[in-house]
Design a protein around this ligand. Sequence first.
Ligand SMILES: Nc1ncnc2c1ncn2[C@@H]1O[C@H](COP(=O)(O)OP(=O)(O)OP(=O)(O)O)[C@@H](O)[C@H]1O
Ligand SMILES: [Mg+2]
Length: 223
Amino acid sequence: MKGKVIVIEGLDGSGKATQTQILFDRLLAERIKVRKVSFPDYQSPSSALVKMYLSGEFGTNPEDVNAYAAAVFYAVDRYASFKKDWGNDYADGAVILCDRYVTSNAIYQMAKVQKEDRESYLEWLSELEYEKLGVPKPDFVIYLDVPSEISQALMSKRYDGDESKKDLHERNLSYLADCAESAAFSAQRLNWSVVNCVENSQLRSMDDISTEILKLIKEKLNL
Ligand SMILES: Nc1ncnc2c1ncn2[C@@H]1O[C@H](COP(=O)(O)OP(=O)(O)OP(=O)(O)O)[C@@H](O)[C@H]1O
Ligand SMILES: [Mg+2]
């Protein structure tokens, strides 16, 4: 009895950790067997190359590591987490709630390839992670859509206005604009469910957003 992989995806500061935690609590309260995982797995040595990349050891621009190499850094970290941490729970039928997943490579790394190469990039990524490495395909992906002005403000709040705490993706606004575009492409191409987190130019409340997500999940997965 295989489990389900549910992914909460979105750009930096879009509320993924917040929503993953609320959903985890809500599913647990309904006695659903659920695990919460997040990527990259910064607590694990398997994230070493991701940390080197994000701190600029290979160059200070995201493009200094190409879309294929950087995706592999994230992919092996995910493989390690699957093998060591949650693969058994998944095999036992648990719902695995993921803050980011393979889908983040389809946003942040695909943003580096030419537009005409996007389709082939998505095929390469799917083959690498789902077929060759063998991490499970997600059953449902929820994309938190937050305009960059709002997510940037939330991130600054979290970092107490200290811009130096941002990693090389987070401080690069033109790269993040490319990521927003590749996210829109992936959402359509890969059937992600887009949750619009802003209403009348205001961020909706955490509870309001999470109620919508919970409803979507229950419908989709018959929970
Ligand atoms: N709906 C909301 N209303 C108000 N504040 C929010 C909302 N959702 C999240 N926040 C706040 O915004 C900040 C960013 O949220 P969070 O850390 O969940 O985002 P994230 O997508 O995980 O970010 P990152 O990509 O950087 O890991 C946090 O300080 C969080 O408390
Ligand atoms: Mg987060």
